[in-house]
Design a protein around this ligand. Structure first.
Ligand SMILES: *Cc1c(COP(=O)(O)O)cnc(C)c1O
Length: 854
């Protein structure tokens, strides 16, 4: 082995160009068209060169001194640069939505944990939708001024880059991330040395350093264990996003959750509220508890209450593979020693990760531990909320499914990150500029209706033409790499028609997303594509997970099909789907196709990105489309049916796609007014923009998280923390006392009304006799649970509850509770009774004791 001495080369800029450096170091530039154009202007070929990856730091580093001097003297350029710089400084000091809220809310810090962040292609630490969502979450938190920091991992290799061989088989490359040319900087202590917290793994101590990324006003902290002082096993932990085996995932999750809190503490950040984006960070609450026990001398139970009351958990997928599960041996190997510090035994710890804590054969599930340790829990669309309630209801076996405490906040997209320049200009002209700050203001978006059709159509046609030029170039490059013949390469110049209806389909090739559904009946597809009077064409892209052979086979099959002579001009598959390609596609296509197997697409966000670019959606009624769809503004594939026979389902739903294309989509696109404009189509585009944009954007989403969760959790923090966590101790003591005596409570009898017949509009008196054992009436909530009887005569439909407020002591432990039931409708009803604990922390009630039913 040779010896090396290391040195770093940094770009040197002439004095007048200094602002460039600052602009390039904050990801804010990535959603500012003026800033992007500034970099483009420096050297457009270089900027678009794959080796630069739209990374301004690399761009500047690659410029010759002559070119830099030239720029430093170019007045037009300096003007442009300074205006972007002023805009940036203005942005960083602007009053925000949050700063206008009550002053009591200014001292909070929310920490957001995610295993991946999709902010921009030049920061490749994301794989798909989950990462894009976290990236857009940070950007919108910046716009709104939320006091939030992000926590994640910095991978040496990021996610893989995809190329396809001549046979259509996917190959994965893992280019090494060049940290020195990324917009990141090391967090250092006062003496200038990198701060390096550590975690003890079973194979030894692992140190990690902390990098920071500025995303507008938000700081994202990324942990990096790839350090010389670590053993090879330690260095591997941050080698690759979703790389390695199950155990590697566990090591990464230990680092993200436990290391994440350690990292924040080591730089003096004390989060008051923590948000787990997906179960990957499910160990984080343990470390919060450990700190509280240590710093505040709290017992485990009291610390648990404080942490629970201030944690948020968002679940993202009903697909089993998306919910990590580990064996007890695996978990104990990594956390066995650690939990001793928490003073809890192995069984209580393992129980936190099981739906039924007593079932030793159940695997330890990260989603379950996150659910059990977060007071605020949600799915990512209305439908996914109810799917999640059904999926996780067994955690609360005595609670009716509809009351399972998992809500929903529907995902969105950060509009500016996906919006084309042309559409942005058009929106500014007709809506003014306020939509940028208040994208959820419904009134502003109504002005879209005033955009003249010819202007909107002109923009649309320009965007489509630009996409097609890009596709041809991209296709040629990959054909060249694959060693294609000259004639094959020449074909690339002829694919797609700039005037034809262009449909996009791009996503991870997970099998439930059914990337090949369009090809289910090739004859029908052929006949649609053969209609020269109404040309239609498709652009596909997407990666299959490296270990997903099924997904890879689907890609291969598509490549074969689109190579057939009748398809090759009209369907293309582009390699290496990433944010950059995604942005190009959603800006250029007329229609976005999405056909997952309902209800497995928890939300889906790619379809939301076409709306601001005047594109339409045709989708299965899954995820967000279940909420967004209306026949005035897009198309639904099939209805809300469920199928047992999956190939029958594919047949029905692919036929639905063909019929929609033939009977609705193509006619709408090709029915033109005398001046060649598709009026009906544009009418739908405008209605889509007016109705969908104010809802499905991340500013709206983050505002929802803030008002519903972050602020309430923060208020909880203040209450719990007051006087050395007196309230945390109080809640813990209360809960444990009530838990200890809960089995002594029983319902004796319940009677309703005088007879059994009541008139509509009357109030029915209910009387219940309850034996409270060692508890008092203040310890419990006694509720009537009533509703229509199901035909089976066994359960109540859509049960409603009514608290029985008035209490009368009979004798001993026996109490009589009285209340009134409303009878708004006629019919056969039933009523039963249940007793719930009256914990001082209301969101905790369903967790600490089972409901006692009559
Ligand atoms: C938006 C986006 C996604 C999310 O796609 P869905 O399938 O709609 O969830 C994934 N990858 C990239 C690159 C994206 O831009």
């Amino acid at each position: 082995m040779k010896n090396f001495s290391y040195y770093t080369v940094v770009p040197k800029l002439p004095e007048p160009l200094k602002p460039l450096q600052e602009i390039s170091q904050n990801m804010w530039w990535s959603w500012q068209t003026d800033a992007i154009e500034l970099f483009y202007r420096i050297d457009q070929d270089l900027w678009n060169n794959p080796s630069i990856e739209h990374n301004p730091i690399r761009l500047i580093g690659a410029l010759s001194w002559e070119r830099l001097e030239e720029l430093a003297e170019d007045e037009g350029f300096l003007n442009h640069m300074n205006s972007v710089y002023r805009e940036f400084q203005h942005y960083m000091t602007l009053e925000t939505w949050y700063s206008r809220l009550s002053r009591d809310w200014q001292n909070f810090t929310i920490a957001y944990f995610s295993l991946e962040y999709g902010i921009h292609e030049s920061l490749p630490i994301y794989s798909g939708g989950l990462g894009i969502l976290s990236g857009d979450h940070l950007k919108s938190a910046s716009e709104l001024g939320i006091p939030l920091v992000g926590v994640g991992l910095l991978y040496r290799h990021g996610y893989f880059r995809q190329s396809l061989n001549a046979d259509g088989w996917q190959h994965e490359r893992y280019p090494e991330n060049d940290f020195h040319n990324m917009p990141i900087s090391l967090v250092r202590d006062k003496s200038g040395s990198p701060i390096k917290p550590y975690i003890d793994y079973p194979f030894g101590r692992v140190f990690f350093q902390i990098w920071q990324v500025a995303v507008g006003r938000i700081t994202l902290y990324l942990l990096d264990a790839c350090l010389d002082e670590n053993a090879p096993e330690g260095r591997e932990i941050t080698k690759q996003l979703y790389g390695g085996d199950e155990e590697m995932r566990l090591k990464q999750e230990v680092l993200l959750g436990i290391g994440g809190i350690r990292a924040l503490k080591s730089i003096g950040i004390n989060p008051t509220v923590c948000h787990m984006n997906e179960g990957h960070s499910g160990f984080m609450p343990l470390e919060r508890i450990r700190y509280l026990m240590h710093e505040q001398s709290l017992g485990f139970d009291a610390a648990f209450e404080a942490v629970y009351a201030t944690n948020i958990f968002t679940t993202h997928t009903p697909v089993p593979a998306g919910n990590d599960r580990f064996t007890a041996e695996q978990v104990m190997k990594y956390l066995g020693k650690y939990i001793k510090e928490l003073g809890i035994d192995a069984e209580s710890f393992l129980g936190l990760g099981r739906e039924n804590p007593d079932n030793k054969s159940e695997l330890f599930c990260m989603t379950v531990i996150a659910i059990r340790m977060a007071g605020f829990k949600n799915g990512v669309s209305q439908l996914h909320g109810s799917v999640s309630r059904q999926m996780w209801k067994n955690i609360w076996p005595t609670v009716p499914e509809q009351e399972t405490p998992i809500e929903h906040i529907t995902n969105g997209v950060h509009v500016l990150s996906w919006l084309s320049r042309d559409m942005k200009d058009l929106l500014e002209r007709y809506l003014g500029e306020r939509w940028v700050d208040d994208p959820y203001d419904k009134e502003i978006w109504k002005k879209v209706r005033s955009i003249p059709d010819p202007e909107l159509w002109h923009a649309r046609e320009g965007l489509r033409r630009r996409l097609i030029t890009f596709v041809r170039k991209r296709l040629k490059e990959s054909l060249q790499r694959r060693g294609a013949s000259k004639s094959e390469m020449a074909l690339a110049d002829e694919v797609l028609d700039p005037k034809a209806l262009t449909i996009g389909f791009a996503r991870r090739f997970a099998t439930y997303k059914r990337g090949n559904l369009l090809f289910n009946d090739l004859d029908r597809l052929r006949s649609i594509l053969a209609d020269e009077s109404r040309p239609v064409q498709f652009i596909f892209a997407g990666k299959a997970h490296p270990r997903d052979e099924g997904g890879k086979r689907i890609i291969k099959e598509i490549i074969h099909t689109v190579g057939l002579p009748e398809f090759r001009h009209k369907i293309v598959f582009l390699e290496d789907y990433d944010i950059s390609l995604g942005r190009k596609l959603v800006q250029g296509v007329d229609l976005w196709l999405n056909n997952p197997r309902r209800p497995l697409e928890a939300c889906g966000t790619s379809g939301m990105k076409v709306t601001p670019n005047a594109g339409l959606n045709m989708s299965i009624l899954d995820g967000w489309w279940e909420e967004g769809y209306d026949p005035e503004l897009g198309w639904s594939i099939g209805g809300r049916e469920t199928y047992d026979d999956l190939s029958f389902q594919d047949e029905v739903e692919s036929n639905s796609i063909y019929s929609l294309l033939e009977n609705e989509v193509l006619p709408a696109f090709y029915t033109r007014s005398a001046d060649g404009i598709p009026r009906k189509w544009l009418q739908m585009v405008k209605e889509a923009m007016v109705n969908l944009l104010p809802v499905f954007n991340t500013n709206n989403m983050v505002e929802n998280y803030t008002t519903r969760y972050y602020l309430n959790a923060s208020i909880n923090w203040n209450q719990f923390e007051f006087e050395n966590f007196a309230h945390a101790r109080h809640v813990a003591t209360w809960n444990s006392r009530v838990r200890a005596h809960w089995s002594s409570v029983s319902v004796r009898s319940v009677t309703i009304g005088q007879g059994t017949e009541l008139g509509v509009g009357e109030l029915a008196p209910v009387v219940a006799e309850v034996n409270l054992g060692n508890l008092t009436p203040q310890d419990v909530i006694v509720e009537a649970y009533y509703g229509r009887m199901e035909h089976t005569g066994r359960s109540i439909q859509q049960g409603q509850t009514q608290v029985l407020n008035s209490v009368e002591h009979i004798d001993g432990n026996l109490y009589r509770f009285h209340g009134m039931l409303p009878c708004p409708n006629s019919g056969r009803f039933a009523c039963t009774l249940r007793v719930i604990n009256n914990s001082p922390l209301d969101i905790r009630r369903l967790d600490i004791t089972p409901l006692i039913w009559w």
